[in-house]
Design a protein. Structure first.
Length: 106
């Protein structure tokens, strides 16, 4: 199983009943029969998993790869606590004169 498409389909089928799992770099090399795992391969697997409502993401050191379920709910549908109201404040307020940002003075 060398192609990203085959690996993504295998992961989706194998972990159908588990919403979130993680694998190590070593796990992926063993499962795919590859000598190394390149970022392009992970990206391709991620894109293939997106078709199934899943994603493959890496941690900061690329030691663990997480297959997670994607949610189809838009964040504002859940509730936007920052929605404009008569008492709301702009996220990044501009000054009255619309001048540029000046450096802080000591």
């Amino acid at each position: 199983m060398k192609s990203a498409k085959e690996f993504a389909a295998w992961m989706k089928e194998r972990f159908e009943s588990h919403s979130d799992v993680w694998l190590t770099r070593k796990d992926i090399t063993e499962l795919t029969g590859r000598q190394s795992v390149r970022s392009e391969f992970i990206h391709d697997v991620h894109c293939e998993l997106m078709n199934f409502g899943r994603a493959l993401i890496a941690d900061m050191r690329n030691d663990r790869y997480y297959m997670v379920s994607l949610n189809g709910i838009y964040w504002k549908d859940v509730g936007d606590i920052y929605a404009r109201s008569e008492n709301s404040v702009e996220a990044f307020p501009t000054d009255a004169n619309n001048t540029t940002v000046r450096p802080l003075r000591k």
